[in-house]
Write a protein that binds this ligand. Structure first.
Ligand SMILES: *Cc1c(COP(=O)(O)O)cnc(C)c1O
Length: 426
């Protein structure tokens, strides 16, 4: 059969039942797996044979869903994790250790910023945060001899900075390190970072992939393109014997699957964080409609952004789909079919007007979440960042009047109507 379209992959990839097996992905709710001889079980522990033995490392339901995301991204191997945080942590820690250094865009999600800037720093891994819009010559200065990876988001949460992926990929490769892209907001429906030179993709599947705000989850996908062997000395964890597995060398034994195999057999074994099978099942239901929901989120967000832009009480609107956006050109290049459902905007008057407007909303809910089916709104100055003064907020790049609106898949007319009456009732 010729290569299937993304729409068909969303619905059909992953679970392929054999004769008489369930049509729908089974939930393997089992911590353990049975073998008839101790010899067979032993071979699994030596990584001589692939197979399941304990769900802390691998579970068939999770692997099946990971294989669907792998196909959507066009990768060679993938694994699920219990959260997006775990995905980014493992993606980096799989190729770094104490004494190493990574480079990360300074506009990444707050959780990733803390992970790299605080927690991994305590583990001895240093991070330099860079301005993603800086010219290549400027970014070049961040590289050190011990740099092991570059990390950034296709479409940053919540600043909606659109990354020039090719610029970042060229820089990373020039310095012999992989580019890791968090593709959560774009999803593979709107952008496939491997096509632009990224080596590894991560996801918080909690957002659009699940899409219904029911399960936390993450995923790591490897393109199989980065040549670890050509940079043997930089990546000893992959290219030199693993004494905890009788001296196997991941790149020699597993080829293009080396990176994911190591993350599974070493990091999952030692640190845990596998997604639970029931969560993977729910994630798969979300994936089955991803190709329908993502375009609708984008279409609705575009209409809402245009409405806000033309409203006299609205001070500013930030949405990369708008021609006026600083990121319009990059969005046209990397996300030609649409960006995402998230918009930032502010009202004339500022912080207090934002609070009053939000209290007048009837359908749109105030919640700490983005990227699910229901339209929701958050005001960082009153919620996630409420301990900060206006001045501190501005320093952190968050306008005191900024509201983050995550446009859902309801009727655009109803979303706009709710915003209209709330703004007019201030
Ligand atoms: C939410 C988010 C994360 C963290 O994911 P969790 O599933 O909440 O752990 C990481 N990256 C991006 C871009 C996100 O939006």
């Amino acid at each position: 059969m010729k290569k299937m379209s993304q729409d068909t992959v969303c619905v059909q990839a992953g679970w392929q039942p054999k004769n008489g097996e369930p049509r729908v992905l089974p939930i393997c709710q089992s911590t353990t797996f049975k073998y008839s001889s101790s010899e067979e079980m032993g071979r699994l522990f030596d990584l001589e044979e692939s197979g399941y033995f304990y769900s802390r490392l691998q579970n068939p339901t999770c692997d099946t869903v990971a294989s669907k995301i792998c196909e959507l991204e066009g990768g060679v191997a993938a694994m699920l994790t219990s959260s997006g945080q775990a995905a980014n942590y493992y993606a980096v820690f799989n190729i770094c250790e104490a004494g190493d250094h990574v480079i990360c865009s300074n506009s990444v999600y707050g959780g990733t910023f803390n992970l790299l800037g605080t927690t991994m720093k305590k583990q001895g891994i240093q991070c330099t945060f860079v301005d993603p819009d800086a010219p290549a010559e400027e970014l070049e200065k961040a590289f050190q001899p011990n740099t092991k990876a570059v990390l950034a988001e296709t479409l940053a949460n919540p600043t909606l900075v659109v990354l020039d992926i090719e610029k970042f990929a060229d820089l990373a490769h020039k310095h012999h390190v992989p580019l890791i892209i968090d593709n959560t907001f774009a999803t593979p429906i709107n952008c496939r970072p491997f096509e632009w030179g990224a080596d590894i993709v991560t996801h918080s599947t909690t957002k659009y992939m699940d899409g219904h705000a029911v399960t936390l989850g993450g995923c790591i996908v490897d393109s199989g393109n980065f040549d670890w062997e050509a940079n043997r000395d930089k990546f000893p964890g992959l290219t030199q014997p693993d004494e905890s597995y009788h001296g196997i060398i991941y790149t020699q034994k597993f080829g293009k699957a080396a990176y994911i195999t190591k993350a599974t057999s070493q990091l999952m074994r030692d640190l845990g964080s596998m997604q639970s099978p029931i969560n993977a099942f729910l994630l798969n239901l979300g994936l089955e409609t991803l190709h329908l929901r993502v375009p609708r989120h984008c279409e609705n967000a575009m209409k809402v952004a245009e409405f806000l832009q033309n409203h006299e009480k609205v001070a500013w609107v930030d949405y990369p789909g708008l021609k006026e956006s600083k990121y319009y050109e990059l969005a046209q290049k990397y996300l030609p079919n649409g960006t995402c459902g998230v918009i930032s905007f502010g009202l004339k008057g500022g912080r207090q007007e934002a609070v009053t407007m939000m209290d007048h909303l009837q359908m749109i809910a105030i919640v700490t979440h983005v990227a699910d089916a229901r339209t929701c709104i958050l005001h960082p100055a009153s919620h996630t960042h409420r301990q900060m003064t206006d001045e501190q907020l501005r320093e952190a790049g968050i306008a005191p009047d900024l509201m983050r609106l995550s446009v859902g898949i309801e009727s655009a007319d109803d979303i706009i109507e709710d915003l209209r009456q709330a703004i007019e009732n201030i």
